[in-house]
Design a protein around this ligand. Structure first.
Ligand code: FE
Length: 344
């Protein structure tokens, strides 16, 4: 081959590959820690040749950044936790509604936005967690029953600033109405063993230490303690058990335990919508669902995907079938009721 032709061929292939690289990219803003998502993104890149640029940060800071960047934002996909926060992103106008049949076929309707602004990708449970040695489980039944006087001075709760608790209360408003929810909150606040402080893990540690006997927490925090290689964590976990509330009872009392999601949406100004859609479809695939749920001890959103032995050990449950976008829609009312109850 003559030298000129060769150099033209080389030049052409360099240009082409540069173009392919420029197009085959997807930029992700993730409120999930790198360890909880990066290996999946690497697998996606290996399968598709699409490069993923990952920026991680705190949920509220990333949302603010999307708002400030506006149409100049490089982000194509926004990943965050809690339907309350996904709804905030929708309301802030940073997401683009997209009907994605590949995801609609796999993810139950309740676990995604009806207009396609966001899709749930992992499922997290928020049941009652109690001290095995001090609680008679016959006295446990529903979230509402934690307002009963039998729990006076025995309840620990995380702050009402936590979107997890706001979403729990938002679901209650939908199920039993504002008045009954207010009564429930007033009763729980009276039963507190101490003022709310710390995260879910701190509540679990307080129950294990005997500061209180019951709390409400996401099960993946318990899963993390169970799987920890620190003996102190394992000791905490060994004192605790999961109780699935609202599994029976008349009317809405039997609605099922509270669940929430982590999820993702396409950004309003994303420059790589095709690649972004491919990425979301990949995250809903069986293999990705299994890994993504397992790494944080969560449940897959896609029905039929196997769950880990740790989750199996928490037992079977009925889940509140509420459409999770209602958690976002009721958020402001929930915060008002929590304030009124004096839940700090
Ligand atoms: Fe969490």
């Amino acid at each position: 081959m003559n030298k000129t032709l060769l150099s033209i061929l080389v030049a052409t292939s360099v240009t082409l590959s540069a173009q392919t690289q420029a197009a085959d990219v997807v930029n992700v803003y993730s409120a999930r820690k790198e360890a909880l998502i990066k290996p999946l993104l690497d697998e996606f890149s290996a399968n598709t040749g699409i490069k993923v640029n990952l920026i991680t940060g705190k949920a509220d800071a990333l949302l603010k950044r999307l708002q400030v960047e506006g149409s100049a934002s490089p982000a194509d996909v926004f990943i965050t936790v809690d339907a309350g926060r996904l709804h905030r992103a929708k309301a802030a106008g940073v997401l683009k509604p997209m009907s994605l049949p590949a995801l609609e076929q796999r993810i139950p309707a309740a676990l995604r936005d009806a207009d396609g602004y966001w899709y749930g990708l992992t499922l997290r449970a928020r049941p009652i967690i109690y001290a095995k040695d001090r609680v008679d489980i016959n006295q446990l039944s529903s979230y509402e029953a934690l307002a009963d006087s039998v729990w006076d001075g025995r309840l620990c709760l995380r702050s009402s600033q936590s979107v997890y608790n706001q979403s729990l209360v938002a679901a209650s408003i939908d199920a039993i109405g504002k008045e009954a929810t207010q009564d429930w909150l007033d009763g729980m606040v009276e039963n507190l063993a101490k003022p709310p402080a710390g995260g879910d893990t701190d509540q679990l540690k307080a129950v294990a230490a005997g500061v209180c006997d019951v709390t409400i927490a996401n099960t993946y925090y318990l899963g993390r303690l169970i799987k920890s290689d620190k003996p102190a964590d394992q000791k905490v976990a060994s004192k605790l058990a999961v109780f699935w509330p609202n599994q029976s009872g008349t009317g809405n009392l039997g609605r099922g335990a509270h669940f929430n999601v982590s999820g993702a949406g396409l950004t309003k100004y994303g420059k790589h919508p095709q690649q972004a859609q491919q990425l979301l479809a990949y995250l809903a695939s069986d293999a990705a669902q299994r890994w993504y749920a397992d790494i944080n001890n969560e449940y897959p959103v896609v029905p039929g995907v196997a769950i880990s032995a740790t989750l199996e050990s928490f037992g079977a449950y009925t889940m509140d079938p509420i459409a999770l976008q209602i958690l976002g829609e009721n958020n402001r009312q929930a915060v008002q009721l929590m304030d009124r109850a004096g839940w700090r």
